[in-house]
Design a protein around this ligand. Structure first.
Ligand code: XMP
Length: 329
């Protein structure tokens, strides 16, 4: 009968046979549960012949790249390279306000960097006697993603994290390997727990591929990235402290494109307007705003006002999806 452990063992054996004794595998990781479980499976199957790459695009959450490096390398033994490409992304995003343009810039830049990394890995493999050529490309595609990609969804929903690498395997003449394509999210989480992936990571809310760029309304600047990173960190920290993280499907801070009037000391301040959003949903097609226990929101808003420089106002959004979306753009 079907158990997660049996599935995992079978999958590891299947991957080993498929990849063989010499070939190398590359794959992108984001720090999310899907790519982490896929990476861990691959590591168990082929060890250091799996090369994971994480691209720091400059619009990740605060400390994210460092934490992912720590968890995957030291915690899980995955052979991971973190590429700090934040300047390249942020320079290209400069002055761009249209959310779809931001998505395209980020997607294209990601592909460009990943191609460079794949070439570097292939070259390094050439000079290693026991290593064969790079032949495989790992993708953490889930069963719902397989279904979604053949049914119609709205414009922002057609672009999901794993599609950031769309077209890349073909372009690089790599064969695709998708160990999670028969699984649902809760099964991937169960497998993650089974594999010893830290519970915090296994239960993590989804995070969009274009990251904070689509949570900064209007043009993206380094200063705005700082504000939204700091506000988001406090928001999530307090949600965890209140013990309600797992009741919420997705929660985040975003930055309005407008400024707001506030006051610091006895001075009026033309400061930032921070939005907070926390929703409950099962399928991410519809969602309702989360109702926080008494006192939690006040504490969060207080901390953001006191600790994040330049913030004048903090608003909690309570619109359902529809008519709203989960993200702001
Ligand atoms: P919306 O805003 O469409 O979000 O209600 C539904 C879910 O999709 C995520 N989302 C994205 N994920 N790239 C991604 O990888 C995107 O461009 C993107 N836009 C939205 C969103 O975070 C939510 O989980």
């Amino acid at each position: 009968d079907w158990t997660m452990e049996a599935f995992k063992d079978k999958e590891v054996a299947r991957i080993r046979k498929l990849v063989g004794e010499k070939a190398q595998v590359i794959g992108a990781v984001s720090g999310g549960v899907d790519s982490t479980v896929a990476a861990k499976l691959m590591q168990e199957a082929v060890g250091a012949r799996f090369h994971a790459v994480m691209v720091d695009n400059g619009v990740l959450r605060k400390n994210e790249a460092k934490q992912v490096k720590e968890t995957l390398t030291r915690g899980l033994g995955v052979n991971l390279t973190v590429v700090d490409a934040s300047d390249r992304f942020l320079d290209r995003l400069q002055g761009v306000a249209d959310p779809e343009k931001k998505r395209i810039i980020i997607g294209n830049t990601f592909i460009e960097i990943f191609e460079e990394e794949a070439k570097r890995i292939a070259k390094e493999a050439e000079s290693t006697p026991h290593a064969g050529p790079v032949e495989w490309f790992l993708q953490g595609t889930l069963y719902p993603d397989v279904i979604e990609s053949i049914s119609f969804r709205g414009p922002s929903q057609t672009i999901k994290t794993h599609h950031n690498v769309g077209g890349l395997p073909e372009k690089m003449k790599l064969k695709l390997i998708e160990p999670l394509r028969e699984l649902f999210k809760d099964e991937v989480r169960a497998m993650g727990r089974e594999m010893g992936i830290p519970p915090d990571l296994v239960g993590r809310h989804p995070f969009p591929g274009p990251g904070l760029a689509i949570r900064i309304l209007g043009d993206v600047t380094r200063e705005k990235v700082r504000v939204v990173q700091e506000a988001d960190l406090i928001f999530i920290e307090e949600i965890r402290k209140a013990g309600v993280y797992d009741e919420i499907s997705q929660a985040f801070a975003a930055l309005s494109g407008d400024r707001a009037v506030g006051v610091v000391g006895d001075q009026r301040l033309h400061g930032y307007l921070v939005f907070l959003r926390a929703v409950r949903t099962t399928d991410f097609m519809t969602a309702t705003a989360y109702e926080f226990p008494a006192g939690v929101l006040a504490r969060i808003v207080n901390r953001i006002g006191n600790e994040v420089e330049g913030v004048a106002r903090v608003l909690y959004e309570v619109t359902s999806k529809p008519p709203s979306t989960i993200e702001f753009e």
